[in-house]
Design a protein around this ligand. Sequence first.
Ligand SMILES: [Zn+2]
Length: 419
Amino acid sequence: MPDLEALFGLPREVKFCRICNITNQRPNSVNEYEHVRSSVKSTIQFNEDGVCAGCINKERQHLAIDWKKREEELWALCDHHRKSDGNYDCIVPGSGGKDSIYASWLLKYKFKMHPLTVTWSPHLYTDVGWRNFQSWIHKGGFDNFLFTPNGKSHRLLTRLAVQNLLHPFQPFILGQKTFVTKMCARMDISLAFYGEMPGEYGTTGILSASGEEKKFSGYAGSGFSTDMLGGRDVMDLYLGGVSVKDIVEKHGVALVDLKAYLPLEAQIVREKKIDIYFTGYFVKWDPQECYYFSVEKTGFEANPVRTEGTYSKYNSLDDRIDGYFYYTSWIKFGMGRAMQDSAQEIRNKKITTDEGRALIKKFDGEFPLRYYKEFLEYIGMTDKEFRDICDSFRSSHLWAKVNGEWRLRHTANNDGVDD
Ligand SMILES: [Zn+2]
């Protein structure tokens, strides 16, 4: 099969992590402002034993990290920033999911900080997501700013991101990231905390920095400040794979209606000395424990029904569009939602490698039908248009058409067409 093509610079040889089953096609975060269809993606590293960087980092955490020392570091950081004059001293962004509940609760009630919580609205809240968001604020006892971006711009950008990148979540990701920094600047708060560490990527706990001596984490690449633009004008950035200039000129969108997605001026970040940390750098992060914690503290509700494409009921369930983010990553990389969920649980030693494989076999690639009509309405496409775009993003080194049906050539279960 020498003529099979690997799109997006994906590794030609498909491998799965010996421990967590994640595919080596998994892309690392890219600078979304440069992301166009032809962008070459870097992918998760595997060592010579066939173990992925996510597992290696997690194992390092299990073995080597002195959590007591890390907690002391967090106390020191908090002591440095803590205000007792009636002002907020840090920002915790979140949607009211288990991770934001855990991070905000910990900071407020254990580390005696005074967090302001901020929320970039999901595209379309699910009922259970909205209830969880409300409980976070009402039962958890936090002030919150909820920002809802211009629905017309957001729909257009989401549609463009599907057409050009098959990435329905790109506008949300960009908006949400820049939003935190902008709220820090606006509220004159120089400290913010995300939740879990992005284990596959960095080893540093700081997301970005006001001080030059601090390292820039790869994960943060997108959306922090204009520092990352290398002197380019915002008109030359890309949103949904289209330049801002073209969105303004050809789609007739005013620049102000795109402002929520564009990075904050680097100068402001430096002047305000804004730093964003991962809470998961300082305290051990276990998604399942966060879930139990949230149920106990704010009455967090899991999904009453199983989430399509996976087996779990408590991961990212607040947005009706969530399912399409995972489904499209299955099309582009052969990596479905069950693979991503189970990889995390294997690394956290909740399930075994074989159990993960069984879950992948059962659920990966299941089409998210529940909110499909709303999703199509949202992006203004027909079923055929969406499916055709999906097919155009299937890399031939991953997919084969057998009897009119698309099938993966290689799977974690060794039952692909070419396995
Ligand atoms: Zn792994």
